[in-house]
Design a protein. Structure first.
Lengths: 119, 110
């Protein structure tokens, strides 16, 4: 059973950089698939931020590409998101998920973590 | 890339069927069969219920079905049950090599 769990701060100050980590169990991230981050502002829809393949290939949503960095640590079976220059508009629940780029779907999701941007 | 367009809300009575539409463009739904649907209960993560327009992952009820015509995809839920009350999101791959989602539809089971 593939399981994902997000971890990181729940509160970030404006202009700071958000750092989140997703720990995967039940599947090796170095086996296959992309591993991605999706966010959902309160009461709003979903937005794919980007994803990473174990080979190091990354994909980013063009609207966030300048601020987002996704990296992986196969030794810990984890991948991470850094999002710079945070503003109130970045307040959202952040999910990590397994991204099947062959069918462009997310089939396993973490429970999500709420990140609030406030001073 | 703009979000896909979904109705804000739909409703139906137990046992009835409902359909949720998802309208895109000739740069996404109109040219790709990479359309997925997700179900999200309050406070929970989204759950994949349809992929590649009309395929169901293992374990998903056959009461859920998907289709596509032109730039519009549709999700149909037959034999509505109370547990189907949730938010539903469509997604599609785009010609910009991105995945975009719809704004979501709240399903109320009366």
């Amino acid at each position: 059973q593939v399981q994902l769990q997000e971890s990181g701060p729940g509160l970030v100050k404006p202009s700071e950089t958000l750092s989140l980590t997703c720990t995967v169990s039940g599947y090796s991230i170095s086996s296959s698939y992309y591993w991605g981050w999706i966010r959902q502002p309160p009461g709003k829809g979903l937005e794919l931020i980007g994803s990473i393949h174990y080979s190091g290939n990354t994909y980013y949503n063009p609207s966030l590409k300048s601020r987002a960095t996704i990296s992986g640590d196969t030794s810990k079976n984890q991948f991470s998101l850094k999002l710079s220059s945070m503003t109130a508009a970045d307040t959202a629940v952040y999910y990590c998920a397994r991204h099947d780029r062959g069918r462009e779907l997310m089939d396993y999701w973490g429970q999500g973590t709420l990140v609030t941007v406030s001073s | 890339q703009s979000a896909l367009t979904q109705p804000a809300s739909v409703s139906g009575s137990p046992g009835q069927s409902i359909t949720i539409s998802c309208t895109g463009t000739s740069s996404d739904i109109g040219v790709y069969n990479y359309v997925s649907w997700y179900q999200q209960h309050p406070g929970k993560a989204p759950k994949l219920i349809i992929y590649n327009v009309s395929n169901r992952p293992s374990g998903v009820s056959n009461r859920f079905s998907g289709s596509k015509s032109g730039n519009t995809a549709s999700l149909t839920i037959s034999g509505l049950q109370a547990e189907d009350e949730a938010d539903y999101y469509c997604s599609s791959y785009t010609s910009s090599s991105t995945v975009i989602f719809g704004g979501g539809t709240k399903l109320t089971v009366l």
